[in-house]
Write a protein that binds this ligand. Structure first.
Ligand code: GAL
Length: 910
């Protein structure tokens, strides 16, 4: 087993022209290759209900309770014990995690034999021509169909999509004869789930947890100069999650070829110390692996470059480090450490008050002056203080966390990762004033962290929703005993150079909140893994139940509260409930832990359906959802007056109030940014959530403007709700609310003033609750500090008469990945969007692009996402168009709808 030795600081150079360095670019091609192997996989999934092969990772307990609509805050229960059968593959898979097990005596040895070796799907000569050809990232379930009705196999909790089952991916890869002697790895950024890899009929290894990135070493199995056969089996259990997990090889997959002496997987670790604007000390740890059978004498050079706004690295290195003549014994790994000072560093900080400046460290290994490996590490230089009384200080500036939680699916694209789709989400969140994301409740795609680094979002990177105790019958608790250490260390090691990450969360509302000291011991063990991998960042966990005097919170470096800050189920309707009922907890926690920073890892869980308004309107500022009170279980929709939350949650207004009363709290992560697939509380007949501030299609709900008003007080804005098309409400009370960054406003209905109102202290909206409906025009004039600040009007529209069309970007890359998000609106003859129009629209496309998906953001819509026909939902519909690789030209999207004037739009693919 590998021993790490720490080699102390040898020399510190600030130069870029040593003779060792100059050879770096000359022989670059001789070093590492990281090749995308996303295209051209052959895919097969066993029919649902059909018998699959027996090549399972481990036996799973039978599901006795298939109720998937349990409230999120139900108490997790003890795991059901199952005995592994003899013929499971677990013991061949466990060694894949060895690099992440610290104690060498606990690492696994490879079992003898080659299970599955005689199975047809792993053979090179198996004829898979009849299998579907797919490109990765691929989510087999997203195309549907949705499983409707009251007794589906996959229920509302997991999105009513066919995620469950066993599937195979096969691909032939050419390994050239010149690759003989190289190390060859398969890097998988995420496979859902229980992935097992065979190469040329030999079982290589695998990784059960679907959200982590992992690597298998193909070197002993590949045949250089030949076509090699990869076969990957994934097994996605039903009841594995409280949300839609996606299915298959849903992230990028890479082939990595290196010299046998190379920088290890996630082999660099950069930390910064003594950070000021005039200088910063950069500490670099580099792990070098020697997989050859003789010892290696190498020079290790790392050059540091700044990265400009376009992502280009500076021509001159800003600093360099050289470690000369380092000896790495055959079969060993060494950890080398040294540091350097960068003068006048450009600091990384969150937008908008700071700039997310980045650097890249290019590490070159040389043997006899010949480059044998190059490895790049993106990093940032920043100084973060986690202050128990002031909250978060980034580079000395107090930054209030205005965050949201985000699940990993990308709406109609499912879990198949797409960088542009993720970037669009971040852009919309940024427009709202959001500066932080908690990746709930699992590690994101690496490219998403590249985006948060570049765009300057603060991030909580989180790994688990459950430990030993279970929330759903087949969730992570099944593998926790065997994989907790490997998963935690792999997660931290992959992401620890990302400047956007401000802390690690290792659990969300885990059942161990309820198990006293025993639970706290597990927490302490997990925390120690994290601290060993990254001592520089604090850890947290999201607690919806644990109280200050319980053992678990004491283990966490930062107190993460879910809903407890505002108090849970404090409304009198909950008196006598057997569910969690908690008085507000910010003060008790602050008192008990005066040295720990507190933040709300989850707030709100407020719910609404875009464009749906239900009457009567609650006079409260925050209320639960019931029929006739914010909800309608017949149509499965929640009102957009934005006053209602799930039973344990609170409206945005109530959360703002609690936070404004507790300035020591570092801020909040709202549950949640975008609607996600699955968990459609309170209506499990639906397919997707109601708690997003933005709907599944990316259309803004009213809540967007409530947050924008509060989070961007400097932005002049005013937003009126509801819409003003209420022919059935003539003369009836139809409250009008205004979300604005101003402090005072006057509302007019058809020119008549309905009064001027001032926002009270701890009030976050202006409400005119006794307006009687008459058609026409609502207009609000908003003031701030006595001066006119903004105005806004809403008009009653005529009936639908035309389609209008617009895109987020009219020029996209012809790379087969880039997307154009096209919004089609139903408008009246004057071009006003008809806010109640649900007309069916048909889409068609010409040119080098394809319609990937359509959506309208309605949580109850069961038309499959790839359908080219969709009803608008309250005036809007979305079409996602993808370019074709290498095919440049104009793409025209046409939209037509019976009785309406059609619309079309052209985008260019370059
Ligand atoms: C929280 C939970 C989230 C989500 C949310 C829904 O308790 O941590 O994962 O379930 O409730 O309201």
């Amino acid at each position: 087993m590998k021993q790490f030795k720490i080699i102390p600081l040898l020399c510190v150079l600030v130069c870029s022209n040593s003779s060792l360095v100059s050879s770096a670019s000359e022989t670059k091609t001789a070093s590492r290759q990281r090749i995308s192997i996303n295209d051209g996989w052959h895919f097969f999934k066993y029919e649902s209900g059909a018998k699959s092969d027996k090549l399972i990772y481990d036996v799973r307990p039978e599901v006795t309770d298939n109720n998937d609509s349990k409230a999120a805050d139900s108490q997790p229960t003890e795991a059901i014990k199952t005995e592994s059968a003899q013929n499971v593959l677990k013991s061949w898979i466990l060694p894949t995690g060895n690099p992440f097990i610290k104690d060498p005596t606990k690492r696994y040895t490879h079992s003898a034999g080659n299970p599955g070796g005689d199975f047809p799907f792993v053979q090179s000569n198996f004829d898979d021509k009849a299998w579907e050809t797919v490109n990765l990232p691929h989510d087999w379930a997203i195309k549907g169909p949705f499983q409707t009705g009251s007794n589906p196999q996959v229920g509302g909790g997991m999105g009513r999509l066919p995620v469950n089952g066993v599937a195979w991916y096969r691909k032939k890869i050419d390994i050239s004869a010149a690759d003989a002697g190289k190390s060859i790895f398969l890097d998988i950024d995420g496979a859902m789930s229980y992935a097992i890899v065979w190469c040329n009929g030999k079982l290589v290894g695998g990784w059960p947890y679907g959200y982590n990135s992992w690597r298998v070493d193909l070197t002993p199995y590949v045949l250089p100069g030949k076509t090699n056969q990869l076969a990957i089996r994934v097994d996605n259990p039903n009841y594995s999650a409280r949300w839609y997990p996606g299915a298959g090889l849903y992230r990028n997959v890479w082939l990595v070829k290196t010299n046998p002496v190379h920088v290890s997987q996630y082999g660099t670790y950069i930390t910064t110390k003594y950070v000021t604007t005039s200088s910063a000390t950069i500490n670099l740890e580099t792990s070098v692996e020697n997989k050859s059978n003789k010892s290696a004498n190498i020079d290790v050079i790392t050059q540091f470059y700044s990265i400009d706004d376009n992502g280009k690295k500076s021509t001159q290195a800003v600093a360099s480090l050289i470690l000369s003549q380092t000896k790495i014994a055959a079969g060993e790994s060494d950890k080398l450490e040294n540091s350097v000072i960068i003068d006048n560093p450009k600091l990384w900080g969150p937008s908008p008050t700071q700039k997310p400046n980045l650097y890249v460290a290019v590490t070159t290994l040389l043997s006899n002056k010949k480059v044998i490996d190059t490895y790049e590490t993106r990093f940032g230089i920043r100084n973060i203080e986690y202050n128990p009384d002031k909250g978060l200080l980034v580079n000395g500036e107090h930054v209030l966390i205005k965050g949201v939680n985000q699940h990993h699916d990308l709406g109609a694209l499912g879990s198949a990762f797409n960088t542009r789709a993720a970037e669009r989400q971040l852009e919309i969140l940024r427009e709202m004033g959001c500066n932080a994301i908690r990746f709930s409740h699992n590690p994101p795609a690496p490219e998403l962290l590249e985006l948060t680094d570049k765009m300057g979002f603060l991030v909580i990177d989180e790994i688990f929703d459950s430990w030993e105790r279970k929330k759903t019958p087949h969730d992570f608790h099944l593998i926790f005993p065997d994989w907790a250490e490997q998963d935690v260390r792999a997660f931290v090691r992959r992401d620890r150079n990302c400047p956007s990450i401000i802390m690690w969360s290792f659990g969300n509302e885990v059942g161990e909140q309820y198990t006293g000291e025993e639970g706290a011991q597990i927490a302490a063990r997990l925390r120690s893994y994290i601290k060993e991998e990254d001592p520089t960042r604090p850890t947290t966990g999201a607690m919806n139940y644990a109280k200050p005097d319980m053992p678990l919170p004491a283990v966490l470096d930062v107190i993460g509260l879910n809903y407890q800050g505002e108090g849970i189920r404090q409304d009198p309707v909950f008196e006598g409930t057997d569910r969690i009922r908690t008085a507000p907890q910010y003060d008790p926690y602050h008192l008990k832990f005066p040295d720990k920073m507190i933040l709300s890892t989850e707030t709100a869980s407020a719910a609404s359906s875009r464009g749906v308004y239900l009457f009567p309107v609650s006079p409260k500022t925050s209320a639960p959802i019931r029929d006739g009170e914010g909800g309608d279980s017949k149509i499965c929709q929640v009102s957009s007056y934005e006053l209602h939350a799930v039973d344990f949650g609170s409206s945005a207004d109530k959360v703002f109030n609690a936070l404004d009363h507790h300035p020591f709290v570092a801020g909040e992560f709202v549950w949640n940014g975008f609607d996600y697939l699955g968990e459609p509380t309170p209506y499990y007949e639906a397919r997707s959530s109601y708690t997003g501030i933005i709907d599944l299609a990316g259309f803004k709900k009213e809540r967007f403007y409530l947050y924008q008003a509060h989070w961007r007080p400097e932005l002049p804005m005013a937003h009126i709700l509801p819409h003003w098309n209420w022919p059935d409400r003539m003369g009836q009370i139809t409250p009008v609310h205004v979300f604005t960054s101003g402090d005072e406003a006057e509302l007019f209905l058809n020119g008549t003033s309905l009064g001027r109102k001032v926002k009270g202290v701890y009030e976050y909206r202006l409400r005119w609750d006794s307006v009687r409906y008459e058609p026409g025009e609502l207009k609000v004039i908003v003031y701030k500090n006595g001066n006119k600040w903004e105005e806004e009007t809403v008009k009653t529209t005529a009936s639908p008469s035309q389609l209008t069309i617009e895109t987020d970007r009219s020029e996209i890359q012809a790379d087969g990945k880039d997307l154009s998000f096209i919004t089609v609106k139903i408008a009246d003859r004057n071009g006003l969007i008809v806010p109640v129009a649900n007309n069916q629209i048909e889409f068609s496309i010409d040119g080098p692009g394809e319609i990937l998906a359509t959506d309208n953001g309605d949580p109850t819509n069961m038309i499959p996402f790839p359908s080219q026909t969709k009803d608008a939902f309250n005036g809007l519909c979305l079409v996602i168009v993808r370019s074709k690789a290498g095919a440049k030209g104009n793409i025209t999207l046409k939209a037509k709808s019976a009785g309406l004037t059609s619309a079309h739009l052209t985008i260019s693919s370059k």
